[in-house]
Design a protein around this ligand. Sequence first.
Ligand code: ADP
Length: 433
Amino acid sequence: MKNEINILIVDDTPSIHEDYKQILNPQLHKTNLYEFSDIFDIKPANTKIPDTPTYILDHAYQGEEAIELVKQSKANNKPYALAFIDVCMPPGLDGIETISKIWEIDKNIEIIICTAFSNYSWESIIDKLGITNNFMILKKPFDIIEVKQMTLSLTSKWQLSCENKEFINQIKKNQTELNKARLVAEENSKIKSDFISIISHELKTPLTAILGYTDLLISNAKDTNNLNQICQCDCNAIRRIDINAHKLNDLIKDILLISNIESGTINCNIAFFYPQQTIERIVDGFKNLIENKHLTIKNYIKNEDIYINSDRVKFETIVTNIISNAIKFTKNGSIDIECNIDEKFFYVSIRDTGIGIPKDKFNIIFENFRQVDQKLTRDYTGTGIGLAIAMRMAQLLGGGIKLESQEGVGSIFTLYLKRDLDNCHQTTKAYND
Ligand code: ADP
């Protein structure tokens, strides 16, 4: 694109306008520089004309006329980058008054104040125009080099400032669009959370009835034959209903839990407890499963006396989720549990010799409903919600979960929690912020 820049020349002497034309657009006016009027301090210049921008010059001979041209240029969206303004222009407005009125119309125009003698002191110019870097002073007789270079510098400055303004406007526009998108996303997320919460509650009511009646049937029956008779069918059927109804109940509980964590409606119950005792109890609960899978589990407890001030139930949920995954994703070998402390944190590392996790999945498995294998026909059951709950809860307790893993070798999930979570009434939202 051709680089065209609009410049306004304001001077009451017509011959000076001709000189500006020849200095600023030598491509259009191939003139002998010696023919300039005597206000220019002329030096011979036989050098090649460089490829400077093309200056489009407009001419005014009085201040009022200049003000009119600035109005028009602004209205036509062809603003002036620069104006050369003579100070003394009888009988009309003088240069300084003209500049002040021009800037009321377009405050971006760069100005070169041209003066033969000091009609105005610098202080009185500043007094009238304010402290600004938008003007320079050029003393007559002019030096051609000065005129050329000042023009180049000030028009470049004007262009840069236009680009900056455009850039800032674009950033502001992007910011507004981002804010709008964020509000829509927040609204959608709230609708999703409300929907999940309502559906889960609706599912929970009939499920509670199913669980209640199957439990009642099973506990009323004295033995298997009696159960067969009561149900008038194979008692295994009723046991399967019971097992699956419990699974469904667990899933709904998890979904409700994550929805509460996301909406920030979950608080901590902080009290002192011995985390290693809690771990022992959890491991005990997995005993049958571990034996059935012929795995070994080692719990390296160093110092049973360590106690922490945190939320025991949440701690139990996190560790249970990690150990249950370790068992699920390990075919042979062992699961090792180790605890550590430092000044601020309590650590539990759960190491397995299972299938391992590819590096590019390290982050996503902590997101809701995400699994390494997302296929419906995958080898392992699960909903992909356990680690999401575990991570959110760990964060809620002022900690997190670190993962190290190698495919085919195994994984280490290290939970770390603040040892002393005093007066914690924060919600997940508070932590995420
Ligand atoms: P789920 O186990 O119900 O699928 P989680 O959120 O607990 O959901 O785990 C998400 C995914 O992370 C799992 O589906 C699995 O792909 C991967 N994963 C978690 N723990 C392990 C582990 N110990 N070994 C291998 N993969 C694991």
